[in-house]
Design a protein around this ligand. Sequence first.
Ligand SMILES: O=C(O)CCC(=O)C(=O)O
Length: 271
Amino acid sequence: MAGQQEHEHAHQHATPRGTHEQIEQLRDKGFVVVPGFVPGDALATLNAVAREQLAARAEPLEFEADLQYPGAPSSREAAGGETVRRLLDAYTREPQFARWGASEATGAWMREYFGERVFMSRAHHNCLMTKHPRYGSLTGWHRDIRYWSFGREDLVSVWLALGEEEVDNGALWFVPGSHRMDFDASRFDEAKFFRADLADNAALIRTAESPRLAPGDAVFFHSNTLHSAGKNLSDNVKFSLVFTYRGESNPPLAGTRSTSKPEVELRAVGV
Ligand SMILES: O=C(O)CCC(=O)C(=O)O
């Protein structure tokens, strides 16, 4: 029975092999899993570096207590108050992280998606996300576009799973096709979370999928795709490396937080 479920699960999230087909899936569903995106050796290095970085607790850091999402410690002084949620600015923090933030494979994929030069935004994501057992919080339904100000709502994030990600350790959930839906502002709360208490929203949320990620898998998702994540009920910290990209013709709006850090161009080899 377990085998059968696994088969159905795998089938449900079957990923086309080629970039072109993966892009079509992203355009259609708002997310696509790319299995084995980080090969074994690089994955072992990233895992070692991620653990070193967490142990060193070098700034800039974001704490669970800062955000106060459901399940977070009530303050930095409370039990678990020092639980890290994000090790920020992954790109400048560690060369191995930078290598994956600006990898050749990601650059090629994004240039095909955007059809023009590609830049990584360092203003949000650009982080190592850690989800801790016990004090790691759950994240309500939202679109990541709330974090940014760009001319067009068309950015793509890449979430690299350094370990296994599944429902029980706080994996992401996505609402298929939600990046193409228009929602009235009243469907969101003041913090731009999608209100799960509204019947229409709840019906949509029931269609969500949580793709299981194996270590080294990546999930690419659109900045308008509704997504959420649960708590980590396992005994181990979950590590994910997350970066976001935009096309040349869609720069951040002047005077906004999205311009706060220089971006990184992902150049084609030899250019
Ligand atoms: O891992 C989580 O709790 C969700 C993270 C997320 O959705 C985000 O950072 O936008």
